[in-house]
Ligand binder design. Structure first.
Ligand code: GLN
Length: 490
């Protein structure tokens, strides 16, 4: 296998045995980027030159013993463009932040720096992470490597497409209502949304603070566990991050699900779920049964209200978080003003795209005094009920299994003019964020057009180990990466 086909843990083995160098790995990746990026358009900005320089330096430091050769030093990574790397542009794929250079590192970047990671570039996304297809980027449309006419999903579409196209071995994304899992599902890779509070949010540009989490997008489950090892942990700079004992998430990968209790909520398999998606997810359920898991159908009735609650809460928080973009403190400033009010109004009108404006208007509306009780308060009440319903389910089951998305990746342009249709497609992922739970999407097959289908495994709070092991066990039995490959067809 070529270097770019290998998962990070496979590269790690080769580095430990000194069969390859950090420079070789980074060269292969930067060359791959040159070939595939013109088609895929996953990057907002690339950092190739720095990457190659740093790679040489790391090889040198490993040879002199200055850096411990743990097989992770010098591994390249792609970062979603809403996560701050000091001294590089962090645009959130918005005109508003087109020229914003981060003055500090996000905590996840500090942690990757401790491992001597190498940044290959910043990855495209829906503007301010609002969207599900990456078509709402102000700069470019990323294409799905499995079929270049289709979307990669979103909002972390650049991250998922770059991993699927082997332009980075792994990447960070962020997930507010599905933005790690759904693009992972569309691009045939693995996406893990950690429990709320497990990974610091310091240095991510906030969309909806009570829902946002940073997480790994990787080629396989073991890599997701390794990357989670690096980024998880309490951070004094994020008061919502939680102190729990440091774990090694690779230790739980037992390749054994005997006796594991899996609940399958019937509401996630009904109307609107594409028949091929349903079939492949049901096959996966059968596989779990063969592997010794105990499967039962359950009902998560309240989950049907999650989508409405999510769009109220997410927009409300976004309208407040995005208040800081006023043309004065950060980012874009209009040239067209005569007074202070003009600066505010015109900078925001010119700097934000339509979807962001739509959400700010919605959010401001649901928070306004006349409507607060009817919308925002109701949504928070629904949130509590959703949480309780999951809590009840986890008294009996270890894992809840659903499709990640009702459909496979669709053609570019088919939903971008119909926001409501786009919102509805988030039906399988949003309740996880509403309840603050961890969930992983893994590929479980392809449809008749060779487009990947994703399976979602939801765990109880801080039980990443349970879903990682369940995902790993399926992956070992199913061998998606060996069977299916992106075709880059047009
Ligand atoms: N598609 C969802 C939205 O548009 C989720 C976005 C996300 O998780 N960042 O809000």
């Amino acid at each position: 296998m070529e270097i770019i086909d290998l998962a990070v843990h496979e590269l790690q083995e080769k580095l430990l045995k000194k069969e390859i160098t950090v420079e070789q790995i980074n060269k292969e990746y930067t060359e791959r980027m040159k070939i595939k990026e013109p088609d895929v358009q996953a990057f907002v900005s690339t950092l190739e030159e720095q990457a190659l320089e740093k790679a040489k330096e790391i090889d040198r430091k490993i040879s002199t013993g200055e850096i411990l050769n743990d097989g992770l030093a010098g591994i390249p990574i792609g970062i979603k463009d809403n996560i701050c790397i000091k001294g590089t542009k962090t645009t959130c794929s918005s005109k508003m932040l087109e020229n914003f250079e981060a003055p500090y590192n996000a905590t996840v970047i500090e942690k990757l720096d401790e491992k001597n990671s190498i940044y290959l570039g910043k990855l495209n996304m829906d503007e301010f992470a609002m969207g599900a297809s990456t078509e709402y980027s102000a700069f470019k449309k990323t294409r799905n490597p499995w079929n270049l006419n289709t979307v990669p999903g979103g909002s972390s579409g650049g991250s998922a497409a770059a991993v699927a196209a082997n332009m980075v071995p792994w990447a960070l994304g962020s997930d507010t209502g599905g933005s790690i899992r759904q693009p992972a599902s569309f691009c045939g890779v693995v996406g893990l949304k950690p429990t709320y509070g497990l990974v610091s949010r310091y240095g991510i540009v906030a969309f909806a603070s009570s829902l946002d989490q940073i997480g790994p997008i990787t080629k396989d489950v073991k890599d997701a566990a390794i990357l989670l090892n690096i980024i998880a942990g309490k951070d004094e700079k994020d008061t919502t991050s939680i102190t729990i004992d440091k774990k090694d998430y690779t230790k739980c990968l037992k390749n054994d699900v005997r006796g594991l209790k899996i609940g399958v909520p019937k509401e996630f398999f009904g109307e609107g779920i594409n028949p091929e998606v349903k079939e492949k997810v049901e096959n996966a359920i059968e596989k779990y049964r063969e592997l010794g898991a105990e499967i039962e159908e359950i009902s998560l009735d309240i989950a049907k209200y999650s989508l409405a609650a999510y769009y109220i809460i997410a927009c409300a928080e976004a309208s407040s978080n995005l208040g800081r973009f006023d043309g004065i403190r950060y980012g874009y400033r209009t040239e067209n003003f005569e007074n202070l009010k003009d600066i505010f109004v015109n900078s925001r009108s010119e700097g934000f795209g339509d979807e962001v404006k739509r959400r700010i208007i919605l959010g401001t509306y649901v928070l306004s005094s006349g409507y607060y009780d009817a919308y925002y308060k109701k949504a928070q009440q629904v949130r509590t009920l959703v949480k309780k319903e999951f809590e009840n389910a986890f008294k009996k089951y270890d894992v809840i299994l659903t499709p990640t998305s009702p459909t496979v990746a669709y053609e570019i342009g088919t939903k971008s003019n119909n926001p409501l249709e786009m919102y509805l497609a988030d039906i399988c992922t949003v309740s996880v964020n509403i309840a603050g739970l961890p969930a992983i999407s893994i590929p479980c097959g392809v449809d008749k057009n060779n487009m990947p289908i994703g399976l979602q495994l939801i765990g109880n709070r801080f039980e990443e180990e349970t879903i990682l092991n369940a995902a790993y066990t399926f992956e070992q039995a199913f061998k998606f990466r060996e069977k299916f490959k992106p075709e880059f067809k047009i």
